[in-house]
Design a protein around this ligand. Structure first.
Ligand SMILES: [Zn+2]
Ligand SMILES: [Zn+2]
Length: 454
């Protein structure tokens, strides 16, 4: 049976598309014949969600500091009868809604914002400031769209709570802290997720991306890259700026190392593989006439294969050590891990089952297979912790006309993307699309008749 959303009527249930074959089927109101699916969000709910989204956007919180946001999510879940546990791995929230025998689905939204000064000019733009994990004062903005993720999951959990005859099983809503720093999923798991909550049959997550709003992107296998961030301290010997012969200059050492690091990808990674090595922070010294005694680099690596990851990380370490030695450094560099994100791998069978439900809801023209993205996520840690399948997909947030114009002009790379100060998804239709996508995807698992038609 094919299904498509009824876009024109008041009804928000899926309507069967009439096909040559279905004309011969006797349509009944019996759920087992037409298939139960979860309805989409009502206009009232969407209006309420829009208010919540604007509020969370204007009040972003840094990683592992999501006290206000998690409080909003927890109160919302409690209002509709979820069994809510707060403070999981810091500010994490887990809401359980048990609705008879059936599968358990874990639905995840990350909550944290970034140390970025927002420049979207939106009426609900953030002017918040705070202290980041390095102790630095910073502006804060939802430049990765996690405010949208929180709002999507709030919408989906509400629809599930209000339509319990459409599904059976257990919904586990997870509002996760600290995705940007790679701390949050690990912190929740280390706080006993696996022992304290039921084992899910599948873990589902979604992320807003710079695709055309209303579009959904998916793939099986590798979906997102692994991500590794390091802080490296290079040691020299300080001296007066006028007497370089008395120094071992860490600024030159760092500059040389940064240039040499550019050869890791270009000279050590095969053409058929890929990797990214970015030095995002380089700092040394305070005064023009003082040669400092150390330099600090923070770098970020993205890879799609374990072997490439091992090789790239080893090459980075080798180059930094060798540059220090070439400079006559008094001691070797010090390395510390800032974050580690595993590869995000989508289970083949679980992804196909989920995508079939997304296609039934949105139509195949809105659900597209995409290439792996070099973004990284810690979402995969939940599936790995329980050894159950993970499915992660992306949802467009760029105004469709803006996207189409940029595509025609060959300027898609000039559109604001996640982590840019001017990135924020358009609320419509991004908000509705994400709520519906989560409901359709979860429905593939917890709506028995829908699942059996796959
Ligand atoms: Zn991000
Ligand atoms: Zn993100």
């Amino acid at each position: 049976m094919l299904f498509a959303p009824d876009l024109h009527g008041d009804r928000q249930k899926l309507s069967p598309i009439e096909t040559e074959a279905s004309k011969e089927t006797v349509m009944t109101t019996d759920a087992s014949a037409v298939g139960h699916v979860l309805p989409g969000p009502s206009d009232d709910l969407l209006a309420k969600l829009e208010g919540i989204y604007r509020d969370i956007h204007a009040n972003p919180e840094l990683s592992m500091q999501e006290h206000r946001t998690s409080g909003i999510a927890a109160a919302w879940l409690r209002e509709r009868g979820y069994d809510v546990t707060e403070g999981v791995g810091g500010t994490g929230v887990v809401g359980l809604l048990r609705n008879g025998d059936g599968p358990t689905v874990l639905l995840r939204a990350d909550m944290d914002a970034l140390p970025i000064k927002e420049s979207t000019g939106l009426p609900y733009a953030s002017d918040r400031t705070g202290t980041d994990r390095f102790g630095q004062a910073t502006s804060i903005a939802h430049s990765c769209g996690h405010d949208m993720h929180v709002t999507w999951l709030m919408g989906a959990t509400r629809v599930m709570a209000e339509n319990r005859t459409d599904w059976r099983g257990t919904v586990m809503a997870v509002f996760q802290p600290g995705e940007e720093t790679g701390q949050g999923a690990r912190a929740m798991i280390e706080d006993g997720m696996v022992k304290r909550f039921p084992k899910p049959d599948v873990t589902l997550g979604q992320h807003v991306m710079p695709l055309s709003a209303g579009q959904i992107g998916w793939r099986t296998g590798t979906m997102l890259s692994a991500g590794d961030s390091w802080e490296v301290t290079l040691f020299g010997r300080g001296a007066h700026g006028s007497m370089p012969q008395k120094s071992i200059d860490p600024v030159v050492m760092a500059a040389s190392a940064v240039m040499r690091l550019q050869t890791v990808v270009s000279r050590e990674v095969a053409m058929t593989d890929s990797a990214v090595v970015t030095v995002g922070t380089m700092s040394a010294g305070m005064n023009e006439n003082v040669i400092p005694d150390r330099a600090l680099l923070r770098l970020n690596v993205r890879t799609f294969k374990d072997g490439v990851r091992t090789r790239v990380l080893a090459a980075i370490k080798r180059i930094l050590k060798a540059e220090a030695e070439a400079s006559g450094a008094p001691k070797p560099p010090e390395f510390s891990v800032l974050s580690e994100f595993p590869l995000t791998r989508n289970d083949d069978a679980a992804t196909r089952k989920t995508v079939a439900a997304l296609e039934r809801w949105f139509g195949t023209d809105r659900v597209t297979e995409i290439a792996p993205a070099t973004a990284s996520e810690d979402f995969g840690r939940f599936g790995a912790a329980w050894d159950v399948p993970a499915v992660f997909w992306v949802i467009g947030g760029i105004d469709p006309a803006t996207y189409a114009n940029a595509e025609e002009a060959g300027k898609l790379d000039e559109l604001p993307a996640n982590h840019a100060p001017d990135f924020a998804p358009v609320i419509h239709p991004t908000l509705r699309t994400g709520v519906e996508a989560m409901l359709a995807a979860a429905g593939a698992w917890i709506c028995p008749a829908a699942a059996s038609s796959v």
